[in-house]
Design a protein around this ligand. Sequence first.
Ligand SMILES: Cc1ncc(COP(=O)(O)O)c(C=O)c1O
Length: 355
Amino acid sequence: MSQFATRAVHAGLEPDPSYGSVIPAIHQTSTYAQRAPGEFVEDFDYARSANPTRAALERALGELEGGLGSAFASGMAASHALLTAATDSGAHVVLPGDLYGGTYRLVDKVLSRFGLEYDLVDQTDLDAVAAAMRPETRLIWVETPTNPLLNVVDIAEIVNRKGDALVVVDNTFATPVVQRPLELGADAVVHSTTKYLGGHSDTVGGAVIVRDPDLHEQVRFVQNAVGAVPGPFDCFLVHRGLRTLHLRVAAHTENARGVSDFLRDQPGVTDVRWPGFGGMVSFRHPDATRIAARTKLFTLAESLGGVESLIEVPQAMTHQSVEGSAAAVPSDLVRLSCGIEAPEDLVEDLRNALA
Ligand SMILES: Cc1ncc(COP(=O)(O)O)c(C=O)c1O
C-alpha cells in the first residue's frame, strides 16, 4: 500500500469517464434518468440514496481510514447513524467521561428516550472501563484526544476489554494522519468532517467508516432511511480538503507545539494541554473569558480544524449541553484550535491577549 500522503492526494479520484476531467464533476442532481423502470446506472436511482460526488468522497474516506465509508450531513448525523445502526432499545453504551457536548446531548436527550442506556467513564482508567461493561453493553464510544480536555485514550487497550461490544472512535481531533483506529482493532470510526478533513471552515459534514460489510450495510440503511446526507458541493469541498490533510496536520502540529511551549511559561496560565500532535491546545486561566475576547488572530468562534486559528471558552460555548452533568467542563478553560499561520504571529497574539 502506498504512503499516507500519496493516498491522501489520490483517494477516491478517477478521471471523469465522459470528458477526462481530472477532478470529477459535482453532480448537482436530485434524480437520474432510467432506461426502463428499475434500470439505472449502479445504485444511482435517487440522490438521497446515492450520488456520484458523494460516492467519490466515501471511497476516499474508506481508503484513508482503512474501511468502508459513508458520508453524512454533519458529524452529529454520522454519530446518530452509527448509534442507531448498532444499538436498539435496552442496549447500553459506554461514553467517555469528557467528550464533545453534542454527542452527550444526542445520547442523553434523544436516544435515551428510545431506551438507550449509558454510563460516562474515564477511559484513561482501563479498570473503570472493564467494570462498566454489562451483558447488554453494545458499544464503547471512544473520543481521543477528548474534546475539550485533550485526554488520550489507548484504543488497543479498550479493544482488549470490549468483549462482544463494538469499539467506535471519534477520530475528529486526531485525523487518520495521526491515528487509524481500525488498524488498532476498533470496529468503527466517526468524523466531523467539518473540522480537519474539510479543513477550511467552509462546510459542515460527517463520516462513518467501518470494517465489517454487514455493519456498513446497516449504516447505509440508516443513511438512506433517515436521509441526513450531504449535498454534492459539500462532498466536493471535503474531498478537496482531504488532498492536503497531511500537510495541514503537520503545520497545525508545529504551531500547537510553539503555542503550548509559550503558554507553559506564562503567569496565570495553568494546566496547558497538548497531546503532542495536532492543532488543539487547552489551558486554564482565571480570566478565560477576557482572554478569549481579546485575541485578534485567534477568532472567537466555535468549531476547530480549519486553516485559521480559533479560540473559545468551552463551558460558555461548545459544551453548554454538558452543564450540570458529570461531563461538565471547568469555566476557566480556554480551547485553542491552532491554524496554519506563522507560529510567531500566533504567539504574539496570545502574548497581547494575556498582558
Ligand atoms: C469531537 C467532535 N465530534 C463530533 C462533532 C460534531 O460534528 P458536527 O458539528 O459536524 O455535527 C464535533 C463538533 O464540534 C466534535 O468536536
